[in-house]
Design a protein around this ligand. Structure first.
Ligand code: NAP
Ligand code: MG
Length: 398
């Protein structure tokens, strides 16, 4: 008998090669075992264009309603895509739209397998990057300056002004003003503390408050207050620690660590460091990503994109060996969370078995082409499978 579900998952379908893998993962790894309940939203570019991107907003609102979503990678249109798909306009990134509605923090964690050694071989445990997904340079106002004075002016609701000189320019230059809000920083802090408790991992938070005394200092202060008032006891009971230090100090410590840490990063730091960490662990295709909102809403996805180059081979009829692991883990993560929330131990158990079967398959030497050159294990010779063969090899082990 198939495993039953209570509440549907919000299913967000996507584009290109990952859309193909999406269907295969469901057909081969999930539907034979689970009486799958989802509320389906097609975030493929064709449907987004047809609905003037309303489908993206609807899917995010459904996530607010149900609490757990699983998302396929989607195209963020640029000028070339507008032409390729004859789009009505250049739509915004679906992930950006969803994040703005759910107000979350993005956690990225590598999937480790025996046989793939990170470029930093002492990283034997995962490093989870928690990236603040609001503000700073991503919502900055910038411009060029010529000879003259650039000023920062704050006007309060009564019209009182505080003016600071940014720089007196004697020639050409550039200026930039950015912001963040206490509300968003607080929800970032709570999401990080909750995730660390859930994963039972220590939390490190870093900024550059020695230089940016007010701006970064505010991040540091908010984290310290929330820790002290809401999480200190819970951390002590769980036997994990919270540490604040400077970003350059964390970079030095991380390299010397064994992993097993949640590293909370401001928006830009998280953007940069998550690519560094993903690469060091071996492959972007082995990196999971989950958006956690302050109200405990979860959206699971793979960290990589739609793997366009493979898709064009696929539509020419060629076999591709695209790695589905991060997308499988998006499904298992979402099913596991749904099982926990709905108190369905069989569903949680299935999700764990699916993850173990995936890892066991690779460790037994059966994998997609991207992993073959990375794989080194005594007595096991890695064998390259195409995507479907790989999924079938996993299914036999569930
Ligand atoms: P990408 O799809 O992640 O692919 C970049 C390259 O990384 C691929 O060409 C491939 O290398 C390798 N790769 C990534 N995932 C792989 C996998 N699962 N298996 C095997 N190899 C994999 O990034 P992109 O080419 O920059 O972007 C393509 C599209 O994805 C864009 O339209 C972008 O907007 C979108 N995107 C979406 C998301 C998201 O929805 N979260 C994130 C990023 C990008 P080789 O070609 O060398 O095999
Ligand atoms: Mg980046």
């Amino acid at each position: 008998m198939k495993i039953l579900m209570k509440t549907p998952l919000v299913e967000m379908d996507g584009d290109e090669m990952t859309r193909v893998l999406w269907q295969w993962i469901k057909d081969i790894l999930i539907l034979p075992f689970v009486d799958l309940k989802t509320e389906y939203y097609d975030l493929g570019l064709v449907e987004r264009d047809k609905t003037d991107d309303k489908v993206t907003v609807d899917s995010a609102n459904a996530t607010l309603k149900y609490g757990v979503a699983v998302k396929c990678a989607t195209i963020t249109p640029n000028a070339q895509r507008v032409e390729e798909y004859s789009l009505k306009k250049m739509y915004k990134s679906p992930n950006g739209t969803i994040r703005a509605i759910l107000d979350g923090t993005v956690f990225r964690a590598p999937i480790l397998v025996d046989g793939i050694t990170p470029y930093i071989p002492t990283w034997t445990k995962p490093i989870v990057i928690a990236r603040h997904a609001y503000g700073d340079i991503y919502k900055a106002v910038d411009g060029s300056a010529g000879e003259g004075k650039a000023e920062l002016v704050f006007t309060d609701r009564r019209g009182n002004k505080v003016t600071q000189t940014i720089h007196d320019f004697n020639g050409e230059g550039v200026v930039c003003a950015m912001h963040n809000t206490d509300k968003s920083i607080k929800s970032f802090a709570r999401a990080c503390f909750n995730y660390a408790l859930d994963a039972k991992l220590p939390l490190w938070f870093s900024t550059k408050d020695t230089i940016s005394k007010v701006y970064d200092g505010n991040f540091k202060k908010i984290f310290a207050e929330i820790y002290e008032n809401e999480f200190k006891e819970k951390f002590q009971n769980a036997g994990i620690e919270y540490m604040y230090t400077l970003i350059d100090d964390v970079v030095a410590r991380i390299v010397r660590s064994n992993g097993g840490i949640v590293w909370a990063c401001k928006n830009y730091d998280g953007d940069v460091m998550s690519d560094m960490v993903a690469t060091a662990y071996g492959s972007l295709a082995m990196m999971t990503s989950v958006l956690v909102s302050p109200d405990g809403i979860y959206e699971y996805e793979a960290a990589h994109g739609t793997v366009t180059r493979h898709y064009y081979k696929y539509i020419k009829g060629e076999q591709t060996s695209t790695n589905p692991v991060a997308t499988i883990f998006a499904w298992s993560g979402a099913l596991k969370k749904r099982g926990e929330l709905d108190n369905l131990p069989d569903l949680v158990d299935f999700a764990n078995r699916l993850e173990k079967a995936t890892i066991d398959t690779i460790e037994a030497g059966e994998m997609t082409g991207d992993l073959v050159p990375l794989f080194k294990k005594e007595v096991v010779t890695p064998k390259k499978l195409n995507s479907k063969e790989f999924l079938q090899a996993i299914a036999t082990r569930i």
